[in-house]
Design a protein around this ligand. Structure first.
Ligand code: CAA
Length: 256
């Protein structure tokens, strides 16, 4: 149970290592990822960052529902802000970040991938924002970044239904850049990172900054997302949705 950082020449590989919970993020893992990102970003000679999940099944299965379940609205706001800070650290890192999506990238896991500059998926990957099925909404920037990537209509359909998007569909709608057989994913991500690392590092850094200006934060969308996320933690639907996940049953929402 950790978030690991490993150097391979100019490439930093960050692995979320909690496979027993499909790499779901509790607060400790979020804080550890933030620390590793800062370490990688400031690392001498780091030219590209690859983020992946440990094990065969998951990139990151989202925020830890069991930890989130009992949060007050105020605590939930802090949790959303921490997740948003992690995603902002990825987006704001001086080096390009590549998500190597080796399985489930759901909820906060999809949001971490969305904050990366490039997304590569294994043919087994499944992405999605299933939060509404838990009585909440995506709180780590998904309402802002998903529509930018796939367009508002597709993003709304994905978020409102909470359905999972397979690798091939993700490729077709521009949610990922490429799909590789599972065994090839990490080597291909490293290869892509090495190709970026061989370019002029200051030029790549400035290109990332310039593109960020075109698609970066506008208005108070992220702050509002965190507030709306927090408000839902005062509802019966949130308690029912998360309770149903923990008890492995279908939720019965009442709209209260
Ligand atoms: N939080 C906590 N634990 C999780 C988890 C999560 N997000 N996802 C998986 N786990 C745990 C399971 O509880 C289980 O633990 P136990 O063995 O101790 O019971 C273990 O990981 C394996 O999971 P499953 O037995 O459920 O595996 P499965 O193959 O039957 O299903 C799955 C896989 C479809 C990914 C299912 O685990 C699932 O739906 N997970 C939740 C996905 C989700 O809703 N993510 C969004 C969270 S909310 C969020 O992220 C909000 C935000 O915007 C920040």
């Amino acid at each position: 149970m950790s978030v690991d950082l490993e150097r391979d020449g100019p490439v930093a590989l960050i692995t979320v290592n909690r496979p027993e919970a499909l790499n779901a993020f509790d607060t400790a893992h979020l804080e550890a990822l933030l620390a590793r990102l800062r370490e990688a970003g400031a690392g001498e000679g780091v030219r590209a960052i690859v983020i992946t999940g440990a094990g065969e099944r998951a990139f990151i299965a989202g925020a830890d529902i069991k930890e989130m379940q009992g949060k007050t609205p105020l605590a939930a706001k802090g949790f959303a802000e921490l997740g948003q800070a992690v995603c902002a650290a990825i987006e704001g890192a001086p080096q390009p970040a590549i998500a190597a999506i080796n399985g489930f990238a759901l909820g906060g896991g999809c949001e971490v991938a969305l904050a990366c500059d490039i997304r590569l998926a294994s043919d087994r990957a499944q992405l999605g924002q299933p939060e509404v099925g838990l009585g909440i909404l995506p709180g780590w920037g998904g309402t802002q970044r998903l529509p930018r990537l796939v367009g508002a209509g597709r993003a709304k359909e994905i978020i409102f239904t909470g359905r999972r998007v397979g690798a091939e569909e993700a490729l077709r709608i521009g949610l990922v850049n490429a799909v590789h057989p599972a065994g090839d994913l990490l080597p291909r991500a490293r290869e892509l990172a090495a190709g970026i690392a061989a370019q002029g590092p200051l030029a790549v850094r400035h290109a990332k900054l310039a593109i960020g200006q075109a698609f970066g934060e506008t208005g108070g969308g992220f702050a509002q997302e965190a507030q709306l996320f927090a408000l839902l933690f005062g509802t019966a639907d949130q308690r029912e949705g998360m309770g149903a996940f923990v008890e492995r049953r279908q939720p019965r929402f009442t709209g209260a």
